[in-house]
Design a protein around this ligand. Structure first.
Ligand SMILES: C[S@@+](CC[C@H](N)C(=O)[O-])C[C@H]1O[C@@H](n2cnc3c(N)ncnc32)[C@H](O)[C@@H]1O
Length: 313
């Protein structure tokens, strides 16, 4: 097995600055990348298993159903790059079908990524696995020196692109294009616009796992930034904003309160929201226009039950 792991701890320094700036802003907001400490990664995996959160299962089923066609459309590839790879489960199907020489996985949650990459390297001894613990919003370009192979495929599943507003999504896709190179390709999965009631259910599961995931952000700030959030005084609140075409997740203050974070004090009014995540939904053509503005040309697309996977070159 070949496995290399490199950690870029610079990402950790951003937490303090981003959280203090986000809590001082109006409305208050914290970037969703900070959900993913070790507990956050575990809770995200649990969300994927909830009956209401069909996105992960639908994407897996779509990939299983169309894998031979997808692999044929991609053709020969030397290197697969997955930003935000998490537990590295989804990329396994592609490794089996494409047989690249190299896999480069990136995630802001360095320790869980290292553990997942080790399992992967054991199971795919023919693939050189490089795991980079980094914030790709800051550091994507730092991955370039680790790419040894030429024909590159960026794989970005899970509708993670939905966390970015369209202009930011286009900017990120343009950076993926730079990393992939002129002959590079992009295989990307995203959630399609659908009945808002179905979306509402997906982000408000009956077992309260999405709520626990959202509230875990405050537990993380208590631990890592010496904050004193009382989790029982905040409530998970997720809804589909039809005009903006996105699910919004918030933590709503149930009382008027003042919270201390890293030595600074922040006032919350009763009912005030801390915005923690957007999850944009797209029509296929809407998404292709965003990708086109980043220099990607659509090669082919596949759809199943409200989810789409598209291949760009
Ligand atoms: C929604 S999960 C998706 C995981 C996996 N790709 C999947 O589809 O199941 C998002 C993943 O991206 C990672 N992530 C989010 N923002 C990131 C960033 N700025 N840099 C690196 N990783 C990030 C998280 O830690 C998490 O593992």
């Amino acid at each position: 097995m070949t496995l290399q792991f490199f950690d870029f701890p610079a990402a950790r320094d951003d937490l303090r600055a981003d959280v203090l700036a986000g809590l001082a802003a109006q409305p208050k907001a914290i970037p969703p990348k900070y959900f993913y400490d070790e507990a956050g990664c575990r809770l995200f995996a649990a969300i994927c298993a909830q009956p209401e959160y069909v996105l992960c299962r639908t994407e897996r089923a779509l990939m299983e159903q169309h894998l031979p066609e997808i692999a044929a459309a991609i053709g020969a590839v030397d290197c697969v790059i997955e930003p935000g790879a998490g537990d590295c489960l989804k990329v396994r199907a592609l490794l089996g079908a494409l047989h690249p020489d190299q896999l480069v996985v990136l995630d802001i949650a360095g320790a869980p990524l290292a553990a997942a990459a080790e399992l992967l390297a054991n199971d795919y001894p023919g693939v050189a696995v490089t795991a980079l613990g980094m914030d790709f919003i800051h550091n994507l370009e730092a991955a370039a020196p680790y790419l040894t192979a030429d024909r590159r495929l960026v794989y970005y599943p899970g509708s993670s692109i939905g966390n970015f507003a369209p202009a930011d999504a286009a900017a990120l896709l343009a950076r993926f294009r730079q990393l992939a190179g002129e002959a590079g390709q992009l295989l990307i999965g995203f959630d399609l616009k659908k009945d808002p009631a179905q979306l509402h259910q997906a982000y408000n599961d009956g077992a309260g796992v999405t709520a626990a995931f959202n509230l875990n952000l405050l537990a993380r700030l208590n631990r890592e930034l010496d904050a004193n959030f009382d989790l029982s005084q905040f409530r998970h609140y997720a809804f589909y904003n039809l005009i903006a075409g996105r699910i919004e997740m918030h933590l709503v203050s149930l009382v008027e309160q003042t919270v201390s974070v890293a030595g600074q004090r922040f006032h919350f009014n009763l009912g005030e929201a801390l915005h923690t995540e957007n999850s944009y939904k797209f029509r296929s053509d809407e998404f292709s226009a965003i990708a086109a503005s980043a220099g990607w040309k659509l090669i082919r697309g596949w759809e199943r039950e409200g989810f789409a996977v598209q291949l760009y070159g």
